[in-house]
Design a protein around this ligand. Structure first.
Ligand SMILES: CC(C)(COP(=O)(O)OP(=O)(O)OC[C@H]1O[C@@H](n2cnc3c(N)ncnc32)[C@H](O)[C@@H]1OP(=O)(O)O)[C@@H](O)C(=O)NCCC(=O)NCCS
Length: 178
């Protein structure tokens, strides 16, 4: 599944090394909550195995640039087929590549997948309120803030507020003139 800058693909076992490096980088994982203990390559391999299981309720993908460099991962979890909704998550693990549009491009691919192929109705996510880069990325793709969860997450010694954000299918249809 291809965008303008990146494509999404399934995970390969060989992705575990880079993913372990990202999971061990506090600059990267602090945005998802605290890295309470060091990650391991074995953990990443188990994650990849689970992600590649066909009946998994989560769908996770590797993000690579069009010239084949692995830069991050993203996907949908808590897929709810009755209410037709799922939670979006993303990491551009190569932090020197932040702010180059890769995250926004990957999210746009997942939005198309969610609405055009999986027939979902609602994509939602939570994001630390003091993560303006991520908030901007989500807003560029049409997500709106639905609420503020006060002191929801304890990160780096402090309770932090978290935004609840979502994109509805009707918003998506409106922006593409459907
Ligand atoms: C959040 C993340 C996925 C975004 O991906 P990315 O490729 O870096 O983002 P993009 O380049 O597509 O967009 C980032 C936007 O934020 C803007 N931005 C960066 N820092 C900012 C700041 N301090 N305040 C406001 N906007 C900021 C950029 O200028 C860009 O907007 P623009 O295109 O209008 O100029 C990526 O940075 C990442 O994985 N970060 C670490 C993990 C993380 O935060 N995951 C999300 C958890 S909810």
């Amino acid at each position: 599944m291809q965008g303008i800058l990146v494509r999404l693909r399934g995970f390969e076992k060989s992705d575990a090394e880079a993913m372990n490096r990202w999971a061990s980088d506090e600059d990267v994982v602090r945005w998802h909550g605290p890295p309470d203990w060091p990650a391991s390559r074995a953990q990443q391999e188990r994650y990849i195995e689970r992600a590649n299981t066909a009946d998994s309720a989560d769908k996770a993908f590797a993000i690579e640039t069009l010239d084949g460099k692995l830069v991050g991962d993203c996907g949908l979890r808590k897929i709810d087929w009755k209410s037709r909704k799922a939670e979006f998550f993303i990491t551009i693990g190569e932090k020197q590549l932040w702010d180059k549009g890769f995250g926004t491009d990957a999210l746009r691919i997942v939005i198309r997948l969610a609405f055009d192929k999986m027939n979902l109705n609602r994509l939602w996510l939570t994001v630390l309120a003091d993560n303006p880069r991520a908030v901007r990325c989500y807003e560029k793709c049409g997500f709106v803030r639905e609420g503020l969860l006060r002191q929801e997450s304890f990160v780096d010694g402090k309770y932090r507020d978290v935004h609840m954000m979502a994109l509805l299918r009707e918003d998506y249809d409106r922006t593409r003139g459907a």
